[in-house]
Structure formats: structure tokens, C-alpha cells
Design a protein around this ligand. Structure first.
Ligand code: UD1
Length: 437
């Protein structure tokens, strides 16, 4: 975490200025975390290059250390390089304070079961964006032969030996898919996983594990029915590797909606172009012009004049390659200053409209009815003092601040620091009047 942004508690934005310039997209949080967990399976040294310097990664580093891994962090040109040596794993009891701080710590269950056959972890429970059960994770681990006991908030999982199995997920949960993959990599025999999640954060995990010696086959039917075949490999055959982290498609999308809301022309470097189809479609339909340079991995986005920024009629969040739930709040902020109405249907998480209250305080017209939100674009927002309540909603409030006339402060930015390495610095590089206070 950059010292400057971690120590400060609010972001001050003076809105009304169009964005202009270039920014490099950070490494992906949602790819880095499961790959760090995967390093626990590997008796050797792995170097993960270009991970984001954010508090969730700090939390995962602490969790890996508490299991007995050696973890070293080196500042890189884009984020941090993390060197993980899990030669000796001594502990399988994960400390509550780190587990509770980050829901995705639950994916360490699969890795520790695969490596040492046992794990004690806290139940992650719900969170501000809605109920987040782990029944699919536990079902998959049990099918692989783990015995699981839960008492109150505590989970204890144990397996003498994990064995390959045929598992069909009732929903293509990203976290459950990753957890099951991690447990199946060293299980005896073959696992066939159906209806697995197809998010890039799943395929990159398979890619990393295969480079480390695992045998995971993404069959042709992966893209149609989410079928993965995992041929078990003994732990001793896995070995340490170097790996370049993929860029963060959600951070890229956040900056694209920021440009739409503020106006101007920006160039994003290190952008995962091939993962951004659904987001680009919406941006273009709202009036943005996009130019890709496939070789340079850059994207130039030219926003329309505010009066020409128009809402699309309806957007539903969906599993990949559909529109990501993590970009729903940034879209809502941009839609609030566009012309016309947007109906958003949130299909992944039950309570992901908490940002609407804060946006209403800035003059937005947003009606919520269960899992749908109706945004009536008003062409403008008023500056105000607002508070982040969760990660992506917090980033969306910064977008609203860029679009509003006057000075907006966004407090409680520790939520934003969980996923954005330097949102204020990046937007400042794009010409925004923004600072940490
Ligand atoms: C979700 C996103 C993922 C994003 C991540 C971090 C989707 C499908 N997943 O992944 O893209 O990177 O947040 O922001 O958009 N569920 C169950 N039981 C389970 C697991 C999940 O009912 O055991 C339900 C959840 O309540 C939710 C849905 O399945 O409604 C999606 O959950 P899942 O994909 O597991 O969420 P994450 O792994 O957190």
C-alpha cells in the first residue's frame, strides 16, 4: 500500500474538469488473491510479478505467513512483486482477524486441504453487498473427500486423502470454482467439474497451476458448459514458478466510467482488452468512442459532451462474459449524469445498491425496488460529503465527485484501498483535481 493513500482518510475531488492523459492499469486483485492461495500448494519459491499494492493483498500475505510460508515483497514498476516460499507449511489454523477482514480468505481452505489435509477457518458470513453463503464451496470439498465440521462461526475441515470426483456446481460461483480447483490439484485421481465459473480469474488460476506442474484441462466444452478436468498431481511434483499478473479489468472499467462521467479523452495502458467486451458495449452505447491498440495493449476512450451522454435502457449484471457486478456501481454513478433512464438489474448480489443513498444526497434520481434500480439521468450532480460503504461503491462515489460541480469529499476510503492501489493518483495523472485529505 502506498503510505500516502493508506494513512489518509478521505478523498477530495473538485468536479467539473474533463479527464485527459494516460494511466497504467494495476494488476488484478481478484486474480492475485487465489494465485497467492495456490502458492501454498507448491513446495518451492513462486514469484508473482505486478500484483497490486492494496490492503486485501496485505491481508493475504499475513494469512500465508500465518500458515508458515515465507513471503517477501519487492516494489515493482507497476505494483509489487511477491515472492512466496511455501516449502514448509507448519500451521493450518487461520487467524480470525485476517479471515474476517477479507471474505476471499475462504479459498485457502482448498489450498490447505490439498497441501496438509486440514484447515481451521472462521465462517465468513454475509457482508454489506448481500448474503454470501459458502455452501457450494463446502459441497465441492466434501465431494473430494473432506470431512467438514461447523460449530458456531468455526469450520474445521480434514481429509486423510482427497480423491478426484465428479462435481456439478448448482451455480458457477467464482470462489467455489477456485476452492475446488485448489483442492483437486493434488487429489488422487481425476476430478471432472461441471458448470464451473468462466471468469478470467479462474482461467488464469488454472494457467498458473499448470505452469507449476498441475494437470488441469480446459476442455472445449469449458466455454459452453464450464467443464474442467483436473488430473491429480502429487504435491512433490509441483514446483515454484515466476508469473506475470494479469491487469485488473474492474479497475480499467472504473476508469472508463469515470471518463464518461467527467468527459474528456483518456488512454488506458496494460488493459485486458479481450475481457472487456460487455463493458465496452455499454460505454459505446452511452456515446463513448473506443479505439484499441491490440499490440500495445492500450485503449483510448473519448467521452461524448455531457449533453450527448445517454443512458442505455437496461443492464443486467451476470456471470462472465456478462456485465460484471463489480462495475454496477461505477455504471450507476455515470448513468446519474447521463440523459434518459437506465434500469439496472443486479443478478449476483442481493444488497448492492447501497451507493444509491449517497448518490441521492448528491442530487441523483434513483429508485430501488428489490434487485432493480431505476436511474433517471439528470445531466448533473451536486458536490457533497459522502462516505464509502464498500469497495466498488466507494470508487463510484469518486466518479460522482468528478462529475459534480464543486468540491466533494469521499470519506472512509479504507474500503476503496482494499482494491485500488492509487485511485487518487491515477485520476490526478488523468488531469483530475483530486487529492487525499
Ligand atoms: C464475485 C464475482 C466475481 C468477483 C468477486 C469479487 C460473479 C459471478 N462473481 O465472486 O466475478 O471477482 O465477487 O468481487 O460475479 N453463492 C452461493 N453459495 C456459494 C457461493 C456463492 O449461494 O457457496 C452465490 C452468492 O451468494 C452470489 C453468487 O453465488 O449470489 C455469486 O457468488 P460467487 O461467484 O461465489 O462470488 P465470489 O466468488 O465472491
Amino acid at each position: 500500500m502506498t503510505q500516502s493513500s493508506n494513512d489518509k482518510s478521505y478523498i477530495r475531488v473538485e468536479g467539473g474538469y474533463p479527464l485527459s492523459g494516460n494511466v497504467r492499469i494495476q494488476g488484478s486483485k481478484n486474480a492475485s488473491l487465489p494465485i497467492m492461495a495456490a502458492c501454498l500448494l507448491i513446495p518451492g519459491k513462486c514469484t508473482l510479478k505486478g500484483c497490486p499494492d492494496i490492503t486485501d493483498i496485505e491481508c493475504m500475505r499475513s494469512l500465508l505467513k500465518s500458515a508458515g510460508a515465507e513471503v517477501e515483497t519487492i516494489s515493482g514498476i507497476n505494483g509489487i512483486d511477491i515472492v512466496i516460499n511455501a516449502d514448509t507449511i507448519k500451521h493450518c489454523v487461520l487467524p480470525s482477524r485476517y479471515v474476517r477482514a477479507m471474505r476471499s480468505s475462504v479459498i485457502l481452505m482448498g489450498a490447505l486441504l490439498g497441501r496438509v489435509g486440514e484447515v481451521y477457518v472462521d465462517y465468513p458470513g454475509g457482508c454489506v453487498i448481500g448474503e454470501r453463503p459458502i455452501d457450494i464451496h463446502l459441497m465441492g470439498l466434501e465431494k473430494l473427500g473432506a470431512q467438514i465440521w461447523t460449530e458456531g462461526n468455526k469450520i474445521h475441515a480434514y481429509a486423510d486423502e482427497l480423491k478426484g470426483a465428479h462435481i456439478t456446481l448448482p451455480f458457477p460461483s467464482v470462489g467455489a470454482t477456485q476452492n475446488i480447483i485448489l483442492a483437486a490439484v493434488t487429489a488422487k485421481g481425476t476430478t471432472v467439474l461441471k458448470n464451473a465459473a468462466k471468469e478470467p480469474e479462474v482461467t488464469v488460476l488454472c494457467d498458473f497451476l499448470n505452469r507449476a506442474g498441475a494437470d488441469i484441462v480446459l476442455t472445449e466444452s469449458f466455454w459452453t458448459e464450464g467443464k474442467l478436468v483436473i488430473n491429480g498431481t502429487p504435491v512433490g511434483k509441483l514446483c515454484g514458478v515466476g508469473f506475470d499478473m494479469i491487469p485488473d479489468r474492474i479497475v480499467a472499467g472504473t476508469y472508463m466510467f469515470a471518463a464518461l462521467a467527467a468527459g474528456g479523452r483518456i488512454t488506458l495502458e496494460n488493459i485486458p482488452i479481450e475481457q472487456m467486451g460487455s463493458t465496452c458495449d455499454i460505454i459505446v452505447n452511452m456515446g463513448g468512442k473506443i479505439k484499441f491498440d491490440d499490440t500495445a495493449k492500450t485503449m483510448q476512450l473519448t467521452a461524448p459532451e455531457r449533453k450527448q451522454l445517454k443512458n442505455v435502457t437496461r443492464v443486467e449484471t451476470d456471470v462472465y462474459p456478462g456485465f460484471p457486478t463489480d462495475l454496477q456501481s461505477p455504471l450507476m454513478a455515470a448513468a446519474a449524469v447521463a440523459q434518459g433512464e437506465l434500469l439496472i438489474k443486479e443478478n449476483i448480489f442481493s444488497s448492492r445498491f447501497r451507493i444509491a443513498d449517497e448518490l441521492r444526497g448528491m442530487g441523483a434520481d434513483i429508485g430501488i425496488n428489490g434487485d432493480t434500480a431505476l436511474v433517471r439521468g439528470k445531466g448533473k450532480l451536486l458536490a457533497g460529503n459522502v462516505a464509502a460503504k464498500e469497495l466498488r461503491g466507494g470508487a463510484a462515489l469518486v466518479i460522482a465527485g468528478l462529475a459534480a460541480s464543486g468540491i466533494t469529499t469521499v470519506s472512509d476510503i479504507s474500503y476503496i484501498n482494499r482494491g485500488y492501489q492509487d485511485i487518487a493518483g491515477d485520476l490526478k495523472r488523468l488531469g483530475a483535481e483530486i487529492s487525499l485529505g
